[in-house]
Design a binder for this molecule. Structure first.
Ligand code: ZN
Length: 193
């Protein structure tokens, strides 16, 4: 590395491919290098050719980028208040990107939770459908039982009527028998006299 550019501190704006300025650099990965702008304290504002795999906004050896870079000739380092402002903006952007990342993760978690709840809801709906089916079957069985009971009640009433008639017939028969017996006894006694 030259010029004090440290990858861990490098921060860049949008990249341009090397063909943009009519030059052609190839990084250690064998890819066309891209032109970026350094936002480090030492090299603020200087443009350099770097690996296209480097992920903008990520500090450290993010991704699989190689450490190739080559400063573009003619760029001067920005100093003074402009540098301070750019550094503050850089920090702010990093902070915002971290926030975005955390929101993304939160969103993913919420989506996963939503999918779980939807699945649970689908299971409950299916269970509910099963219960409704069982309820329908039980209703049909209940109606059949009620019909049977009504039939049996009719039979019982018919049997009761038959029993009452038989009882009355028996009573009449008994009365007739007693009368006959009394008449026979009376006739027998009359003959003896
Ligand atoms: Zn590379």
């Amino acid at each position: 590395m030259d010029g004090g550019l440290s990858r861990s501190n490098s921060f860049t704006d949008s990249a341009s491919t090397s063909s943009f300025l009519g030059k052609k650099y190839v990084c250690r990965c064998g890819l066309d290098a891209v032109l970026r702008t350094s936002l480090t304290y030492q090299n603020m504002g200087r443009r350099f050719w770097g690996c296209p795999k480097f992920e903008v906004g990520k500090v450290g050896k993010a991704g699989n980028a190689c450490d190739f870079f080559h400063f573009l000739d003619g760029d001067e380092v920005i100093e003074g208040r402009a540098r301070d402002l750019l550094l503050r903006l850089k920090d702010k952007q990093i902070r915002l990107e971290k926030e975005i990342q955390s929101y993304k993760e939160e969103n993913e978690n919420l989506m996963a939770e939503k999918a779980k709840l939807l699945q649970e809801n689908a299971d409950l709906m299916s269970e509910n459908g099963k219960f409704l089916q069982e309820n329908g079957d039980l209703k049909v069985q209940c109606e059949a039982f009620v019909k049977n009971i009504k039939g049996l009640e009719k039979k019982v009433k018919r049997s009761e009527k038959i029993c009452v008639r038989a009882l009355i017939s028996c009573q009449i028969f008994c009365v007739v028998c007693i009368v006959c017996l009394l008449v026979s006894v009376f006739i027998g006694l009359h003959r003896l006299h």
